[in-house]
Design a protein around this ligand. Sequence first.
Ligand code: NDP
Length: 340
Amino acid sequence: NKKIVLRNYVTGFPKESDMELVATGTAPSRVPEGTDGAVLVKNLYLSCDPYMRPRMSKNDGSSYVDGFVIGEPITGYGVGKVVDSSHPGFKAGDYVWGMTGWEEYSLIKNPSKALFTIRHPELPLSYYTGLLGMAGFTAYIGFHEICAPKEGERVFVSAASGAVGQLVGQFAKLMGCYVVGSAGSDEKVRLLREKFGFDEAFNYKKEKDLSLALKRRFPEGIDVYFENVGGAMLDAVLLNMRVRGRIAACGMISQYNLERPDPVHNLTAVVTKRLRIEGFLVSDHYGKYREYEEKAARYVEEGKIAYVEDVAEGLENAPAALIGLFSGRNVGKQVVVIAR
Ligand code: NDP
């Protein structure tokens, strides 16, 4: 049973050498005798997610997520097949997604808290690491509930070609909004315009003045900002929001590797423009996941949503895939295949 374990706590940018591949024992085939309420899962696809970076730091109690344990497998979202079960809610052969380990097989002791059974195994299973799973549901809840958008409003999305961003943009288009996205390469900008149907897109790394870049695309200002990056982009957005605009604070990836977060300079705009900024965690909303799963499955079947994945092959390539999120190496949702 091969695993990726954390070798040391991380400060600054993570490196591949902060993790290592280890092989221990043979592949298990049964839930151990006397372990009630557990499932043994063969992992198929792993999800690389930005929130995994704070889990690599020594947790001083301030983080909302548990830290990884040195010498233990990295944990994260993934898709797998149940090999054996002593839990009444799961049976051998079920496909599942949820919290699992970065290893070939995982014994999951609290599956009803950690796993969802997959109701659409006829769709590509890897989509349950993104569009049909956590990232897609994040985009859906964040956009429809936190942003409270109205038809025709002007929407800006940062990290727009990534797992969450590409879907936020398309949900906004389906609602009849004007949508602009930013991304870190010309290839990603092309994807936003040509594949995901954004009205406008720009490469933020090529813009000298982010506020002017936004002003050119939003001469009348931004109604809704879906925040994925924080830092300088948030400051520029604050200057370009319309009165009573809304900001859904989904994530701030530009800050995750900094020891001292960037200051935000333009918060006064929150007062003068009567803005609402609301943070959210997708994990608070899973009660509505099944409703989303059906809706998203229909979107896929009807071809209403385009979806791009960046697929790394093999558990040994998972560390490079994970750290690639922080330099923008991924184009679309970063997935690691460990078995099909
Ligand atoms: P992505 O697939 O978008 O991958 C991360 C992308 O972030 C990179 O490809 C890169 O794209 C961009 N990026 C990396 N470093 C920086 C930087 N310093 N400045 C600006 N952009 C940067 O990730 P996800 O879609 O999975 O996640 C997007 C955001 O959503 C993250 O902030 C994440 O933490 C958050 N999130 C929050 C959840 C919640 O419950 N609140 C749940 C899931 C995700 P580029 O080339 O464009 O720079």
